[in-house]
Design a binder for this molecule. Structure first.
Ligand code: ADP
Ligand code: ZN
Length: 736
């Protein structure tokens, strides 16, 4: 017998087999039978048996069939389903990156531990109020309770006890006597809706033009990509907020991706100043129930704006109108293990599936985005000037060959002079060195022994604050000994080269009595500590800031007028095809911290290569020329975006095995026209976490279907032991 209700069910009764993707390294979905009376739809998150255990999975497709001898689905898990757009997006990622679909799905899977859905529920909020009946007996405490609830007020029991200065038992007594009653209060929303018109932005003419274009792209409600290229301090944030406002006006959702969300307290405050409330944050620091509620809120549409790290890209948005990728050139967007993907590129793809407007913002766009904009594939919107008539910093190099620092020191006399001038004027200086720790290398004077990581082919970095030698690749830590382990001599170990900690020591000697602060991501205290420090700098409580790239990005320090780059040669030295682009971006970002307030800024860059094209471009401000030259080089070499690249990284604890397998892989490669396979070569980082690494590089023309080529190749690959791994990196950003 079928009732009307059952007929209205979208799933016909005969469709009783589901194909479920499980979060393991498998490309194919497993089939399960649907028990009678369990209404399931594609996208539902379910609990299924997998071998001897149970796992959460996602219904990818449904088919007709009796289910026969298939194992049954155990139950539906009450978390937001994966809608069709999200499923298509994840399928696409798996196709593009060659990751197994199960792992791509796992990027978006969020189930409470042990599928214990009760953990997700908010504890009920119980309020109390007066119902009128007079208490049998009046006391001072009781009368204070009644006074607190005057005029029909409802308060949480805890708050009432606090306000009236009574214990909860006093309130319980009044509840028992029927003087008060308990009522359920609605849960506090996890994120309040931002108000598009909370503060009317007053934009400059140039900003308004860009904002108008962005509002229009959001109103179109169709896929589009716009590159907002604006110099540091031009107000890119201010301007893309207008696109967010337009999404809110349309009653839709917006996602803002940021490279270092955990550190951007300033950003959250600016958002609040513009929209009245903070956006929902999404990053690894958001945990537990809050995480579950924000996740659910994006699916039911109550969470309207998410500001998040790259993992926010996989949230189950109900109606996404806009994706902003702030600092789109940042390397932090590249995920380097598991599913290897670039969050900027995947954001553009998600935008396509969601029919959303995508906005890329940067002062120093990636070559890829720049080319796309210049060739008209992306809308190109420019903010060529700093906001409020502020000028760009005045930039010069200091040639270390002619102006060397004193022996064993790193700050050259001209830079010392400039810092003194700045401090005398009551302004702040930033000394930038992109090296964490005290010294990048420790050597024995006597025998020449160098401290190397036992698991990686890297030197151990001396961290004095932590009193340890640390590997920056695998985290290996050892005590710095007093005696050389190779020659047994005491007091022979010397630090080679500078890190920020060593620079801080020098600053204390050269600028005594000045308030200096070191900012580095590895200091104890974590994100909260760094947030406090950034606020102290912005508030002018610090004279000299010493920092790694952590300070280079996005921050606004109004009193900072001098930026000194300690060693610009660091990034230029290696053979990475992206070295020039990266150094250019980093130098632009860090020098762009100077002069963002009322007073003009300047930057001094210490280098032994003042004639290097990257530094010439930075000093002259001729950004257009740098891009033109870099793009020409890429085009000539057939490098992205003019050609395609993929890397295969073969790693194993057994060096010979890794090398032999890499050779075997290379042998079964085919080389059709416009495809070149290079290698295998030992990776520059030949040993990481105890695994020996070899690399193969595929270079292909734009017209080649690189994914098909790679799949075909890997299908012919010989079998290998489980301890050997082959990682595929499509569009590699790092060649280490
Ligand atoms: P960018 O991201 O391009 O470096 P920001 O958006 O951080 O620039 O803006 C730089 C500074 O200028 C910030 O302090 C910001 O508040 C201010 N600013 C930019 N545009 C405006 C505006 N229209 N009105 C008021 N302040 C602005
Ligand atoms: Zn290591």
């Amino acid at each position: 017998m079928m009732t009307d209700l059952e007929l209205a069910n979208p799933i016909p009764a005969f469709q009783s087999v589901v194909d479920v993707l499980v979060p393991v390294a498998l490309d194919r979905a497993y089939s399960y039978a649907v028990p009678e009376g369990m209404p399931l739809a594609p996208g539902d998150v379910v609990l299924v048996p997998l071998g001897k255990r149970e796992t959460a999975g996602v219904v990818w497709t449904m088919r007709a069939g009796s289910g026969g001898n298939l194992k049954p689905v155990l139950g539906r898990i009450d978390v937001p389903p994966f809608n069709e757009k999200l499923r298509s997006f994840l399928d696409w990622i798996a196709w593009y990156t060659l990751a197994p679909r199960g792992l791509a799905m796992r990027l978006a899977l969020r189930v409470p531990e042990g599928a214990d859905t009760a953990r997700m529920l908010e504890p009920p909020r119980i309020g109390v109020r007066i119902i009128g009946k007079a208490p049998q007996r009046m006391t001072a405490a009781r009368s204070r309770v009644l006074a607190s609830l005057a005029e029909g007020k409802t308060l949480l029991k805890r708050d009432l006890a606090h306000e009236a200065g009574v214990s909860q038992s006093v309130i319980d007594g009044l509840l028992d006597e029927g003087t008060l009653e308990a009522v359920a209060l609605p849960p506090i929303p996890v994120a309040l809706p931002p108000n598009a018109d909370y503060v009317k932005a007053s934009l400059s003419e140039g900003q308004e033009a860009v904002a108008t274009a962005l509002r229009a792209t959001v109103r179109e409600a169709a896929f589009s990509v716009s590159l907002v290229e604006g110099v540091t301090g031009s107000g890119k944030t201010e301007v893309y907020f207008e696109a967010v406002a337009e999404a809110l006006r349309a009653g839709r959702q917006a996602l803002i991706l940021m490279p270092e969300i955990a550190l951007t307290a300033q950003f959250l405050e600016r958002f609040e100043a513009r929209f009245g409330v903070k956006p929902a944050e999404w990053h690894s620091g958001i945990t537990g129930r809050k995480r579950a509620r924000i996740h659910a809120g994006t699916a039911d549409g109550t969470v309207r704006v998410v500001a998040g790290a790259r993992s926010a890209l996989f949230m189950p948005f109900q109606d996404l109108a806009l994706i902003v990728i702030d600092e789109e050139h940042e390397t932090a967007y590249k995920q380097d293990d598991g599913v290897i993907y670039h969050a900027r590129d995947m954001a553009v793809v998600r935008g396509r599936f969601e029919n959303a407007a995508v906005v890329l913002a940067s002062a120093t766009p990636s070559i890829e985005s720049k080319v796309n904009a210049e060739r008209g594939r992306y809308r190109h919107l420019k903010l060529p000037e700093r906001f409020g008539g502020r000028t760009m910093p005045d930039i010069h190099t200091i040639d270390l060959r002619r102006n060397p620092a004193e022996r064993g020191r790193w700050i050259s006399p001209p830079l010392i002079g400039a810092v003194n001038q700045t401090l005398e004027a009551g302004e702040q200086a930033l000394l930038f060195l992109n090296r964490r720790g005290y010294a990048p290398l420790t050597v024995c004077h006597h025998c020449g022994h160098r401290f190397q990581c036992p698991n990686c082919s890297t030197w151990l970095v001396d961290h004095r604050f932590r009193r340890a030698l640390v590997c920056h690749h695998c985290g290996h830590v050892e005590r710095r000994p007093d005696v050389c382990p190779a020659c047994d001599k005491a007091d022979t170990l010397a630090a080679c080269g500078p890190g920020v900690e060593r620079l801080a020591e020098e600053v204390a000697e050269v600028f005594p009595d000045k308030r200096a602060i070191v900012l580095s991501s590895d200091f104890p205290g974590g994100t909260e500590h760094i947030r406090t420090q950034l606020q102290a700098i912005a508030a002018g409580e610090v004279d000299i800031v010493i920092g790694t790239q952590l300070v280079a990005k996005g921050h606004n320090f109004p009193g900072l007028t001098l930026v000194g780059v300690i060693d610009a040669d660091v990034g230029l030295a290696n053979g990475d095809p992206r070295a020039a682009e990266r150094t250019f971006q980093l130098m632009q970002q860090v020098t762009g911290r100077a002069g963002r307030g009322d007073r003009p800024g300047r930057a001094l860059i210490q280098t032994t290569q003042p004639d290097h094209p990257v530094l010439r471009a930075i000093v002259s401000g001729d950004v257009a020329r740098f891009y033109a030259e870099e793009i020409a080089v890429r085009e000539e070499a057939g490098l992205p975006p003019f050609g395609k690249l993929a890397a295969l990284i073969i790693s194993s604890p057994d060096k010979l095995e890794a090398e032999n397998y890499a050779r075997a892989l290379a042998r079964v490669a085919q080389a059709p026209q416009n495809v070149i396979v290079l290698g295998p070569a030992e990776a520059p980082l030949a040993l990481v976490r105890g695994r020996f690494r070899f690399r193969l590089l595929v270079r292909a023309g734009r017209a080649i279907d690189l994914q098909a080529y790679l799949r075909d190749w890997l299908a012919r690959a010989p079998k290998h032991p489980a301890k050997l791994r082959v990682a595929v990196d499509v569009d590699p950003q790092s060649f280490m």
